[in-house]
Ligand binder design. Structure first.
Ligand code: GLN
Length: 484
């Protein structure tokens, strides 16, 4: 059953070929067998899953089931889940049982999904390799010596190894698309404001966005349809109707104008990856699309801009973890200051501390204008570049990541090299644009992702464009050896 896509599992459930309880048991057994090696899940919730599956089976029998009834799913451990440990990959929240559900958790359970557990992730979603997690690194099922990407590496490894057909994930600077690329999956980061951030533990609030990690674009469309929408509890959630993303998947692609980002093919891109991207573009040309080179002159500034804005916001967001109200508290505090200092000193890992310090620095009185304000201005220039490009083309395409998955340990001691991994993904976050990564081939047995970026709220178009490619190719159906 695990080699089936979400859409196929849905058909099987509705045709009574198997029940939701059988599905849940099948995937839970895989998790039990494979997770000790992969370290993809921090928490497994079998009782929760089996009772949700039982309920889904009853609803399916009565004909009152929601669109996703009975389908198994893993949530990234950044989403609050009522009564279930929610760690955000940090020692700071290693004892935190959330008292409520994040909006997306609530919406997806109303639609009937069956949560199997919570996925490992970089600590507070800061990282590109899943090596900053307090719970240890996640292994890439394509090669256990390689990273699965980050920060949603647990979500990616889970779906790649078919421990679930879908996982939720978040993308602040590439954390859905880059791990999707490195593990051969379809990753979708919606427009900023499309999906509620309520109950999603904040890293950089103006960039964070929840999305999906799936086998196909069709699966992503099914999940996004029930995950997206206005939420009065999130002040940046946008009140615009949610289209039926599944209904528009088969629109013809003839005449589609694809912008090739000049800057994406210039620096640091490995030739073997570039070749696969060019081949993918040829598939689109065969489908009748036109390729147009476009330049976004300010895009090369996206990494430095992000590494001012994101740490600034994180230093503010993470000030709430003080050892007083919830989360980790040091032993025997000697007064309030000692309580703060040791709880934070012991509760946060090195990468999180590095970001908090950078953020505090760029926001400090003497440096605010020189760094933070300047970064905000460059952010505006990057957004304007994208807007100009979308006057000419329907979508932009390029690589998701400069290289396939790298070795565990290869970049941990060099933050700058690690940060450069997100060179192609960060622009879309700064501009709040929807973007996807879809598998388009392999280099030495490791998957490579094609990135597709669209104008604000063009999720339906992106999914349509990705689906068109997946009708012509089979890369998305590849399963790593030993997991089929
Ligand atoms: N890798 C980037 C970072 O470390 C992006 C992380 C993310 O998207 N959550 O900040």
């Amino acid at each position: 059953m695990h080699h089936l896509t979400l859409a196929e599992l849905n058909e099987g459930l509705r045709a009574r070929r198997f029940s939701s309880v059988e599905l849940a048991k099948h995937f839970l057994a895989r998790i039990e067998r494979l997770n000790p090696t992969l370290n993809a899940l921090i928490t497994v919730t079998p009782e929760y899953a089996l009772s949700a599956a039982q309920r889904a089976d009853e609803l399916l029998a009565s004909g009152e089931a929601g669109a996703l009834a009975g389908l198994p799913l893993i949530h990234k451990d950044i989403f609050c889940t009522d009564g279930v440990l929610t760690t955000c990959g940090s020692r700071m929240l290693s004892n935190f049982v959330a008292p409520y559900d994040a909006t997306i958790v609530e919406k997806l359970s109303q639609s009937g999904v069956v949560m199997l557990g919570k996925a490992n992730m970089d600590e507070f979603a800061m990282g590109s390799s899943n090596e900053t997690s307090y719970y240890g690194p996640v292994k890439n099922p394509w090669d256990l010596k390689k990273v699965p990407g980050g920060s949603s590496g647990g979500s990616a490894a889970s779906v790649a190894a078919r421990l679930a057909p879908v996982a939720t994930a978040t993308d602040t600077g590439g954390s859905i698309r880059q791990p999707a690329a490195l593990t051969g999956l379809t990753g979708l980061k919606p427009t900023y404001g499309r999906v509620s951030r309520y109950g999603m533990i904040a890293f950089a609030s103006s960039l964070d966005q929840a999305g999906t990690m799936t086998i196909t674009a069709k699966d992503a469309a099914m999940v996004l349809r029930d995950m997206a929408g206005f939420d009065p509890r999130d002040s940046t959630s946008v009140d615009t109707p949610v289209p039926d993303y599944v209904a528009s998947l088969d629109q013809p692609l003839a005449g589609l104008k694809i912008g090739l980002l000049k800057e994406f093919f210039e620096s640091g891109l490995e030739e073997s990856t570039a070749k696969l991207i060019r081949e993918a573009l040829q598939v689109y040309e065969r489908l009748g699309a036109k390729l147009i080179e476009v330049s976004l002159p300010n895009l090369p500034l996206s990494v430095p801009t992000y590494y001012v804005v994101a740490p600034a916001e994180c230093s503010s967001n993470l000030s709430r973890f003080d050892g007083v109200r919830f989360g980790y508290r040091c032993e025997n505090p000697q007064g309030l200051e000692d309580l703060y200092m040791r709880s934070r000193g012991e509760g946060f890992g090195a990468e999180v501390k590095r970001r908090i310090m950078t953020g505090t620095y760029v926001l400090s009185a003497g440096y605010y204008d020189a760094y933070y304000l300047r970064a905000q201005k460059v952010r505006r220039l990057i957004t304007d570049d994208f807007a100009r490009a979308f006057q000419q083309v329907d979508v932009l395409m390029g690589p998701t990541s400069p290289t396939p998955a790298f070795d565990i340990g290869a970049k941990v001691d060099d933050p700058i090299t690690m940060y450069l991994n997100d060179i192609y993904t960060i622009g879309a976050n700064l501009a709040g644009l929807p973007a996807m990564s879809i598998p388009c081939g392999t280099v030495d047995g490791l998957p490579v992702g094609l990135q597709i970026i669209g104008p604000h709220f063009a999720e339906a178009k992106l999914l349509n464009v990705a689906h068109g490619y997946q009708n012509e190719t089979l890369w998305h159906r590849d399963i790593p050896k030993g997991y089929a």
